[in-house]
Design a protein around this ligand. Sequence first.
Ligand SMILES: Nc1ncnc2c1ncn2[C@@H]1O[C@H](COP(=O)(O)OP(=O)(O)OP(=O)(O)O)[C@@H](O)[C@H]1O
Length: 595
Amino acid sequence: MIYDTRYIYIQDVMIGMKVRSLLSGHIRSHLSFYLIAVFFIASANVIHSFYPSLLGQFTDELEQHGLTKEGVIHYSSWLMAIGVGYGVLFGLGQYTNHRLGRRFEFNTRQKLFSQFTKLSEHYFARNGTGKMLSTFMNDVTSVRETIANGVNQMTNATILLLSVMVMMLSHIPLHLVWACALPLLSIPLFVIYFGPRIRLRSRAVQDSLAAMTESAEEQFGGIKVTKTFAVEDVVEARFGRTVDQIRDNQLRLVRMTSLFQALIPFAGALSLVIAITYGGMMSIRGELSLGNFVTLTLYLRMLMTPLQQIGNVINTLLRSRASLDRLHRVLSEEPDIQELEGAIELNKHEGSIEIRNLTYSYPNAARPALSQINITVEEGTTLGIVGKTGSGKTTLMKLLLRVYDPPEHAIYIGGVDIRALTLDSLRSQIAYVPQDGFLFSTTIRDNIAFSNRAVGDDRVEDAAKLAELYDHVAGFSHGFQTKLGERGLTLSGGQRQRTSLARGLIKDAPIMVMDDSVSAVDVVTETNILRNVREVRQGKTTICIAHRISAVRHADEIVVLDEGQIIERGTHDELLRKKGYYASLYAIQEEGIFE
Ligand SMILES: Nc1ncnc2c1ncn2[C@@H]1O[C@H](COP(=O)(O)OP(=O)(O)OP(=O)(O)O)[C@@H](O)[C@H]1O
């Protein structure tokens, strides 16, 4: 991806405020703890800054009175006290900061997860799972580390710098302090020059990391296909290219940050040279005591650490800014599907559906996926939908569920436009059973009782019986407690479909949609399932989408879709009499006649 500084600048302006709000929101809500952490670290550094001055005094005393037992005990006790005080206070401050960083990580991941659940299918279609995982893992961790280390090191550095300056000025002539500090003033110039460049390179690294996560996720997901087609080398080479990209980008970043980090200690070293030359001469001339000369060099040495830390902090801040931008971009994404203000709750027992002149196109699609659809489903009846692949059957159901938003005044449930309903009440009214329902890595019981884990085992078993799954599950050694997923049992395609169907049936919703949901079972099992469904769904609305006529023939009305339009409609017998597409499908499937 190519970035230029203008692009970065415009983006910064647009999102800078909200980025700050993510961080400042966190800091504000934990302000007292941050102040405590800063207090501990600051106190630790103030104590630490006494150490060179103590050694300076010790040098002067040595020079004047020689080594005495009392002097040794006195100074070593003070040095010990400084060491212990610094260690305890700094440790406490560091611990508090890291705890706060973890809290940020925890809260931000929760916010992200909740945001992901609100975003629509369009968003997930645009952004791969790998990219989202990378934001969820890498970006949050990167910002957390910056906050924790940033506060630690920044407080450390600032307080140490200030106290060292104050201590220096109380012992050493002002002009000498100025001369020594002069090279350090170049540091802000380095920051201004290197800052934007490091950010550009860091962004490229983060993007290539996201691309690698995405690629790895896809390769792991498709590993079975890769193996059956024996194309491991092709996949390896493809993955290798994403890793090479990361290496190149990381090397470019490392070159820039190394140069930046090397220049800061260089400025520090230069100031030490001035101290030794200029301060040394003053000491020889007797204008500076030996003790103060030692104090000056020790203080300048001490300054190197905070200066380096400032460089590090600025570096990590610049790097994690790219992650913060990305986090913010996800968190500020507006969900496509929004509830209207004052959206109403759907009455729990509304099963009638009316679709009026519905036309729908996917974004950037050349032609509408559905055109001029008019369907009325009376409460308690069954609608069958058949049609070639890609004719718009699933799209119609996704619009009914508002997975994608239909136009206004196009779909009504119980006489109310679904655009005016709360999403929760609409979706809890409908049990949607897709062709390939996702099963979670948990027990079969919890997969079936997905919409309400509190239901009793008898209801789970009843749903499994209706879906013709019970006998299979009873045969597993742990029955309904059998775990599925990566570390559990793998169900066959047909068993998976029936588990998903049982999940839909247990919901006992006023409307149930079976979207090709018995396509992977044998004909005898299909017949049994459809009979069970007909019995249990009596008086409730059911929509059955299928490629097989056997799945829809009992419906009260069947519509035939082709290229997004209804080309035929009627009961099974009426459609057979029309001798159109449906009749020819029937002839092929039931009688094996190809015309
Ligand atoms: N998310 C999407 N973005 C863009 N186009 C889509 C999207 N989903 C489906 N389509 C297109 O919309 C049309 C209808 O697709 P849909 O999935 O509704 O067909 P279908 O009748 O359910 O097919 P099948 O029987 O194979 O499941 C197809 O041309 C498809 O390519």
